[in-house]
Write a protein that binds this ligand. Structure first.
Ligand code: ZN
Length: 86
């Protein structure tokens, strides 16, 4: 699993990607956790293996984002830090 240092690194990456517009800043309409589908994580760009769990963030208009659980946490953390509110 990710240690604290990796989590900080993921948060830094998430912040960068949110600021550059690569990742959404607003809260997803729906969030799911499911078994990995072998797709690529929207944050770390590594494959989410079928033995891993993945988090899926769905938006009304934008394409869905898939994350590792830890990457999703880092993204959520940075999202909340950048835009206070719900
Ligand atoms: Zn990831």
């Amino acid at each position: 699993m990710w240690d604290q240092q990796s989590f900080s690194a993921l948060c830094a990456l998430a912040r960068e990607r949110i600021n550059s517009g690569a990742l959404p800043r607003c809260k997803a309409l729906y969030e799911y956790i499911a078994h990995g589908s072998g797709k690529v994580c929207a944050l770390c760009s590594k494959q989410i293996g079928t033995r891993d769990m993945e988090s899926e963030a769905l938006y009304e208009s934008d394409p869905a984002c898939l994350f590792h659980i830890a990457c999703f946490d880092a993204w959520s953390h940075e999202r909340r830090a950048l835009s206070p509110g719900p």
